[in-house]
Design a protein around this ligand. Sequence first.
Ligand code: SR1
Ligand code: MG
Length: 421
Amino acid sequence: MAPLSTPSGYEALTVETLPQRLSALPDVVARVGPDPSSWSVKEVGDGNLNLVFIVTGPSGQLVVKQALPYVRLVGDSWPLPLKRAFFEYHVLTRQAVRDPGMVPQIYHFDETQALIVMEYLSPHIILRGKLIKGERVEGLGPALGIFCARTAFRGSDLSMTPADKKADTAFFSGNVELCDITEQLVFTDSYYEAERNHHTPELQPAVDRLRADPAVKAAAQMMLMRFTSGGETLMHGDLHTGSVMCTDTDTKVIDPEFAFYGPLGFDLGMLISNYLMAYFSQPAHRPADELESYQSWLLEVIEQTVAAFYAEFNQLWATERTGILYPPSLWEAQGQSSDGARDALLAHIWHDAMGFCGVELHRRILTLAHNADFETIEDTAARAKLEARSLDLGHTLLLHRPPDSAALIALAKAANAKDLL
Ligand code: SR1
Ligand code: MG
């Protein structure tokens, strides 16, 4: 195999080299202290792509995230460009304006080294881990529903000038390789035996049932077309429960390196899907006397996320419709209400979101990148039974979209009661 080529000057950091290499950066020194020999460095990256370091010094802490020139999960046989750090930096700056306080503060960006120095969120931990442990987060649904609404609305033609929107769409269209991952892994690989796929052996009968249905493949490909061609807003692009960090009362969003202009409902649908996988996996993580109450809480989070999304979208519609889409000159200026137009648009967003939710419910079980909700269940026969419910709900959502969150929750409860293997 040819050695991996990296841009000249780039060098991956290590815990040993980081202090010396970053010690000349005023933004870093100002946060952790001037003497690099007094810093301690830990590599904590547990995601699929990057290096992540926590740097602790006498005056404080920060995080250094550096892209590797390959997919960390797979190794250097799958090269991946460093420019994803550039896109992550730029989308973080936009999200910080569109929903202030919801993303980590950036202290420094180095394009050649593909590294972002940012706020250390503490005592936050990854939401997926909290949900596996059975912890609750106050205000989770509202925070994420509002985040999805604000970033979707303010990153779209509902709000931006046409020139800004078009320039930004062109800018983020360079994020090709990360889109390619989503296009293959999220929308396509679940529905055939793709080379990188793997799944729990006992799940095979449910996998066969899913792949035997040509209608589900057609529905997933329709969602892929929406993803590639529906450049409605600047999406986070990978909003799952591993991209959210929380304390018991505070919520932040991280890791938007998959950012791209796509459908308004993409982030909302992916997020709901990851809540649902937390829900389906709970029987393996909770004692019987806690299960019902915790699963009910997760369903409440879904309801609250959706309610907050709609409420915030409605508010922005009333107060910030400054773009070319649905201009007030067509309704309010004519003495007419635009509520009907808004509700039809929201129905379109929800319809898409449910389709994206469906494919995500499949791909985290069938393709390359699984999630800890299921993966940490050691008894594979028990895991397969729970995963089968997720596949089943995804199948239903792709073919019959529920009209609202109450109908979605009814379908989730029905799937959760099924014995599918
Ligand atoms: C090869 S990357 C696999 C997955 O990890 C990221 O977090 C995205 O979800 C991607 O699909
Ligand atoms: Mg990530």
